[in-house]
Design a protein around this ligand. Sequence first.
Ligand SMILES: NC(=O)c1ccc[n+]([C@@H]2O[C@H](COP(=O)([O-])OP(=O)(O)OC[C@H]3O[C@@H](n4cnc5c(N)ncnc54)[C@H](O)[C@@H]3O)[C@@H](O)[C@H]2O)c1
Length: 306
Amino acid sequence: MKLGIIGSGAVGFAVGYTAARLGLVSDIKFNDKKEGLAKAQAMDIEDASSFYPHYVKMSSGSYRDMADRDIIVLATGTLDGIKDRLEEYVMYKDQVEAYVKEVVDAGFDGIFIVVSNPCDLMADLVYRVSGFEKERVIGSGTALDTTRLNTTLAKLLDIDPKDVRGVTLGEHGESQFVAWSRVAIGNMSLDEYLKANPCEFSRDEVENLVRERAWRVIDGKGHTQCGIGSTVCSIIDAIVNDKKSTILVASLLEGQYGIDDIYLSTPCVIGRKGVEKVLELELNDEEIKRIKHSEEVLKANRAKYE
Ligand SMILES: NC(=O)c1ccc[n+]([C@@H]2O[C@H](COP(=O)([O-])OP(=O)(O)OC[C@H]3O[C@@H](n4cnc5c(N)ncnc54)[C@H](O)[C@@H]3O)[C@@H](O)[C@H]2O)c1
């Protein structure tokens, strides 16, 4: 499988390195508008070839050179100096639109994974600009926020993060929320688990910690890497190995939760074809109100710049 990465900064590098380290693909090509960066990132990853499960061909190229890729990850843009991911939409929307058109015109016929923020609105844009079926445009959405929630709860409850089934829904941004009614620990609902294993914590506080986590990392080091690199690679893994994994990604909603015509996060089954199923959770009234609020926020932002 051939992976393309457009935007070879902190996130693009983390995705490429993690993919090579895990042996998910056989060929990775970087692109960046900054002269020399894509080539340098490819060389740096190639230098560790002896330690990967198998050899990965590393290279750099133009947008047009991305035509033969099976999957392209979009990781252009930057969070440094930004206060709300939505600010990146007006800053980078035209650039994303232009290079997606160029890549598609060159013959790319694979799957786009959109990480560039606001990743749900950008995925929505890529879907409309590319003319691809909705299954082949995936926003990384709240997959990372859900991973952060799982880790936060695992630390509080002293259990394995893999056994926490967290659910962060809506926008990958300020209006995201935890659907507490759907969170599970192993095979038990969170409420059932806490009844048998009491642990005092504030759900609002946990939700805020998850929402603010990215900003705390950025305050310290200027960007985020490991969480997003591994999260995107879990999506790549699901596609490459046709795993049919359920991951919280942004996909086109068509009536789920009474919402239409916008990319928003809900659990989706990811396999070789991309988004193979969009799952609708049973939510309580408060949670429905909150996912509709995310819809309003994203649609208002889209309309503002159309
Ligand atoms: N979805 C998520 O969960 C998530 C998590 C972290 C970061 N992000 C987003 O990922 C993006 C990248 O973040 P980063 O920390 O890697 O930033 P960064 O500044 O380190 O890297 C971005 C790179 O993109 C390049 N670039 C910009 N415009 C380009 C274009 N038109 N063509 C080619 N290259 C271009 C820049 O030269 C730079 O090297 C941002 O939009 C950020 O908000 C998303």
